[in-house]
Design a protein around this ligand. Sequence first.
Ligand SMILES: [Zn+2]
Length: 254
Amino acid sequence: MDVTSMLVKVFLVDKQLRGLRSRLDAADRFLGDQNKDLERLDTKRRLIEAQLKQAQVDAKTDEGEIARIDARMNQIREQMNSAQTNREYKAFLTELNTFKAERDRLETSALEKMTACDTLRAQIEELDAQRAQRQQVQGVAAGERTQRETEIRERLEALKVERKEASKDVPPEAMTIFERLVISHGDDAMAAVEVEDRRRHEFFCGGCRMTVPVESVSTLMISGKLTRCVSCQCLLYLDEAAREAMKPAGSKRG
Ligand SMILES: [Zn+2]
């Protein structure tokens, strides 16, 4: 078997391998996205929980302060009842009004904090709902990933064996050229020649659709030496259809 034909076998096996792996990669990526989303939701929840805790503490502090003021105001009221002079009474009244103003301020503040707590609790609830939903998707994604891996494992192993077999007689320098091309061109590292018109010498590269000279086609027919497309640099080969199209009209009948 000529070197191009050997490489075509390797190339076709590699293509299948890449296809299988890309299916697994896609499942991996999807699962990774779900995990990232879950982490993001968890981080957000922790942040809001901390805010809630702080708001609760603040509200309690305000309430404690209010209770302290109430006690002090009751005390002043009693003192007012037993005030001896008008001046003394007025002094208590002024003090009482100062406390009253402070109490109003604290009450507003406590109310604001409780409202904030309610908002934060609602946010946590919303996040929990989102998380539950995301968790479900993550579960499906993890299941699919495992299933896909199981599905392809056997095929992957078989292809690896096939590749080893196909590549064992390929000369190392040809393999190096091929492998470099796969890195730069991927699935377009090799392309079949398309025979548009044999007698008019109209041949195209199946990869880039540019003209392939008849000399290249002859080389492939005769020796199967490594032949590159002058436009896209891929390695050209003759597939079954091209070989059939290259047969002289007479031999086709037979
Ligand atoms: Zn080309």
